[in-house]
Design a protein around this ligand. Structure first.
Ligand SMILES: [Zn+2]
Length: 469
């Protein structure tokens, strides 16, 4: 309560959580009159919970969890509709809580199925229309059951983002409507005018339906008003995967195994892009090894339905040169350049290094262009505008790395890079056959970056791609 907060400030000059943690460590809190060991313990508990709630998880963890939960509920109870909403539906790279919405005749049964899942650690709230659980891994999940007539309005409301919804509500008010999670209403008569579908809501306020990935108040409302929303790239548009590793460097599977798994996805082609020789920790390939791999690619291609491109993820060395001589590079169908070292170099050094590499006529794609790992490292310092400009000048394609721990370029980078005449490629950077499944996260990021099919080179047919390379 506020009285206790004031006392903490007066007695120990505690202004924030860090001060509080220090005082707790020194066992200072228990000495204050009216606090004691019990209060100290409960404060520690609250801090732990607070910090846990601040944690955001990578999108793949949230997505897989949400999909599992929806499957369990569908198996155990009769549901008419069930979907995840929130930032997950917007394919944000990190997710806080998971929100699930459903329509069901018997809401008790679905709440039973939800709260009794074996992964539930703690049922925090259980009601007929809303329940909240904490899973064993510390993930919060909300489930709401709604009448069908409000489902669209609720999906709209709980998908967010907050900024998008505020902007939308303003337009609704201007037009004499009231917008809520239950529906859209006439302000004058109070009569409900829609809410069963999201399209109804957007249509009523004079907008085209905005795809969830764009709902960040970054110009999508104006675009929807002018009927100028992009027609976003879709997972089904993707005809091949342009970055993956095999047992030739640090991957788990053979060329043939990767090709078969990709063929099963319905792809027309893949690029095998193992590490170059300087990547010793990733078991980079010597020139002899890569030549051996070409033979294996040739053999594998005869036994599978898809085209296998000879590629490599070649280190961009400190001086901007590439890690294989031209005589090797010119034999490759596709050359990914990557910065894997020197993360402490200055912005100018790294920018010059990348620009120098772009001048090599064999280079096709810049892999994971900023080098960041989400929540782990920020990446190298580089002048992005200069990098995009040099990519435009040299016809270098920018990768959107679909590994959920990378997602590099990120959404706002893509939006900025699109201002230049550059194309993008999607690669999973898979190190095993299951890694190929990550393509959807790359597509999600591309959609958040407003990309259309024509912006992404691996939506092209094999023939079209050959011409481009
Ligand atoms: Zn790499």
């Amino acid at each position: 309560g506020p009285k206790k907060v004031k006392k903490l400030y007066n007695e120990l000059k505690i202004k924030d959580i860090d001060d509080l943690k220090k005082a707790l460590k020194k066992e200072k809190i228990r000495e204050i009159e009216g606090f004691g060991k019990k209060t100290e313990k409960s404060i520690i508990q609250s801090i732990k919970q607070y910090e846990k709630s601040q944690d955001r998880m990578l999108i793949n963890r949230a997505m897989e969890t949400a999909e599992d939960i929806i499957k369990i509920i569908k198996d155990k109870a009769k549901v008419k509709k069930i979907d995840y909403a929130g930032s997950l539906r917007r394919w944000k790279e990190t997710i806080g809580d998971i929100d699930i919405l459903a329509v069901a005749k018997d809401s008790k049964k679905i709440m039973e199925a939800f709260t009794k899942m074996k992964d539930v650690d703690n049922v925090m709230l259980k009601g007929d229309t809303k329940s909240t659980v904490m899973l064993k891994g510390g993930i919060h999940v909300d489930l709401r059951v709604l009448p069908e007539s409000s489902y669209g309005a609720a999906m709209q409301y709980f998908t967010g983002s907050k900024d998008h919804n505020i902007a939308l509500r303003k337009i609704a008010i201007k037009k004499g409507y009231k917008l809520s999670e239950y529906g859209i209403y006439s302000k004058k008569s109070g009569r409900k005018l829609g809410g069963k579908t999201e399209s109804e809501i957007y249509k009523k306020v004079g907008l085209k339906l905005v795809p969830p990935e764009l709902r960040e108040n970054r110009g999508e409302i104006e675009a929807a008003k002018k009927k100028k929303l992009p027609s976003l790239v879709e997972l089904d548009d993707i005809r091949g995967d342009l970055q993956m590793h095999t047992s030739y460097s640090d991957g788990d599977n053979t060329v043939k195994e990767m090709a078969d798994a990709a063929a099963e996805k319905g792809y027309d082609y893949i690029a095998i892009t193992d590490h170059s020789k300087s990547e010793r920790i990733a078991n980079g390939m010597s020139e002899r090894q890569i030549k051996k791999q070409w033979k294996e690619i040739e053999k594998a291609e005869k036994k599978t339905d898809i085209r296998i491109l000879r590629g490599a993820e070649v280190d961009i060395l400190k001086d901007g040169s590439l890690d294989y001589p031209d005589k090797i590079l010119k034999e490759l169908d596709i050359v990914l350049g990557a910065v894997h070292s020197g993360f402490k170099s200055s912005e100018k050094e790294t920018t010059d290094r990348i620009k120098k590499a772009f001048e090599n006529k064999h280079l096709t794609i810049l892999a994971h262009p900023t080098g960041r790992m989400i929540g782990k490292r920020v990446g190298y310092k580089v002048n992005l505008d200069k990098m995009y400009e040099a990519a435009e000048d040299n016809g270098i394609i920018l990768e959107i790395n679909a590994d959920p721990a990378r997602l590099d370029l990120n959404d706002s980078h893509i939006i900025n890079a699109k201002e230049y005449k550059v194309k993008f490629s999607l690669g999973t950077d898979a190190h095993s056959t299951s890694g190929l499944d990550n393509m959807r996260y790359g597509v999600g990021q591309a959609r958040r970056g407003w990309l259309e099919k024509k912006d992404v080179i691996n939506t092209k047919t094999w023939k079209q791609l050959q011409k481009l390379l």
